[in-house]
Design a binder for this molecule. Structure first.
Ligand code: ZN
Length: 413
């Protein structure tokens, strides 16, 4: 059984966190000079682990085991959210690195190999899942031509040029090469934390349906328009919002969540009856029938006009290839802060069609992975995920079980 060196994992995570370190987190946007530097560092580390390593034309760092007969692909993204957490993405990449080393060092693993990937721009600084989509040949050249940075509008081509990646061939997945793809990720909700569990397996990525609800009334003077004559779009919006929050629980499942994240009034003036109101409604669930039920029963017929802004279908993790289902809790990906429209069918092309990605992109500008921040306290759990994935030297389970991991207060800088 391969032996995981937990101290080495933590040391590598801390080193990676130095690239763009900001307070207790990291600011490492895709293709920024510090992101490029970190990718070269990663490539070097993967090379030292005995992998044939390249950085490809979209910035993916891919390390391939040159000799194994059976291989597992392990990875995650290595850029971060703006001022994000230090474990988000990095955890999955460094686990891959450690497992590659551990398998190579163990004679009983002869013939078994780990390939490692650090995807580019899963966090959406430029596009949607650029790296993994490129790897699965689902990123058209025209899209690369048209994509621009979401913060400053820099053309993606220019960013790739500046990063030194332009002109490099894209690396593509060979599905026959792998028995599966695994991605370790820091928990983004609080299910494990509040349940006292150390590790869980994502079995489903929730679908996200977004609605832009417009209510059309009659703009009028707030002093002279009698109440009985008013068609106040603002009042209608507030009533609808209340109805949503009151009634959605009746059809919600245990993991359904919904959010009204934005409300607007027009003209938004103290002495004008609003003629138009708009709100953004979003709901998420792993069950597409339940999403449809939400849409059908609560939003339709309640307003004068409504539009569906964006939707992403739920996607199941590939149980056959998952390989890591034994032990631990099974939790759906609680999702994060994504209110960004995503192309329909996009996720399924990654999750169902190829190697089973287990991560979702997030909109830049939203701070997340808050649990990572308080003084790096979750660092001790990193040492649990890695052995579990290597084959189970430590059984996942509740905290306080037979073998507690060492506290790594030294990481709390
Ligand atoms: Zn992530």
């Amino acid at each position: 059984m391969p032996t995981i060196d937990g101290e080495r994992v933590i040391a590598d995570l801390k080193r990676l966190a130095q690239f763009g370190r900001y307070k207790t987190g990291v600011h490492r946007p895709t293709y920024s000079p510090i992101d490029v530097e970190s990718r070269h560092w990663l490539a070097e580390k993967l090379g030292e682990a005995g992998l044939d390593t390249v950085i490809d034309g979209i910035g993916n760092v891919i390390g391939r085991n040159p000799s194994a007969r059976q291989r597992l692909l392990i990875g995650s993204h290595s850029e971060t959210q703006p001022y994000g957490g230090w474990l988000d993405g990095s955890l999955g990449v460094i686990y891959g690195l450690e497992l590659a080393r551990a398998f190579a060092a163990d004679a009983s693993c002869a013939g078994l190999g780990i390939d490692v990937a650090a995807w580019a721009d899963e966090e959406g600084h430029y596009g949607n899942y650029l790296g993994s989509r490129s790897f699965t040949d689902a990123l058209p050249e025209e899209e690369i031509d048209q994509t621009r940075g979401r913060d400053d509008g820099t053309p993606l081509r220019q960013a790739l040029e500046r990063a030194g990646f332009a002109g490099r061939p894209p690396e593509r997945v060979d599905p026959k090469r792998y028995i599966g793809y695994l991605e370790a990720h820091i928990e983004q909700g609080d299910t494990l934390d509040t349940s006292g569990l150390r590790i869980g397996v994502v079995e489903t990525i929730v679908g996200i349906w977004n609605y832009r609800v417009s209510l059309i009334g009659e703009q009028n003077h707030a002093g002279t328009t009698r109440m009985v004559r008013r068609k106040d779009a603002g009042v209608s919006m507030v009533r609808l919002a209340t109805r949503i929050h009151d009634r959605f629980p009746e059809i919600a499942g245990p993991r359904t969540v919904w959010t009204i994240g934005r409300m607007l009034l027009e003209p938004n003036a103290p002495s004008v009856v609003p003629g138009r109101a708009e709100m953004l409604v979003q709901f998420r669930d792993a069950d597409i029938d339940r999403l449809a039920a939400f849409e059908g029963s609560r939003l339709s017929g309640t307003d004068r006009s409504r539009g569906r802004a964006a939707r992403a279908a739920p996607a199941s993790a590939d149980a056959e290839r998952g390989g890591s289902r034994r032990g631990g809790a099974v939790v759906p990906d609680a999702g994060g802060d994504d209110v960004h429209p995503e192309p329909p069918g996009h996720q399924s092309s990654l999750v169902g069609g190829q190697q089973g990605r287990g991560h979702r992109a997030r909109r830049p500008g939203v701070r997340r992975c808050r649990r990572e921040d308080p003084a790096f306290r979750e660092v001790r759990f990193c040492q649990h995920g890695c052995p579990v994935r290597a084959g189970g030297r430590q059984r996942p389970g509740r905290r306080g079980g037979s073998r507690r991991p060492p506290r790594l207060d030294s990481a709390c800088e």
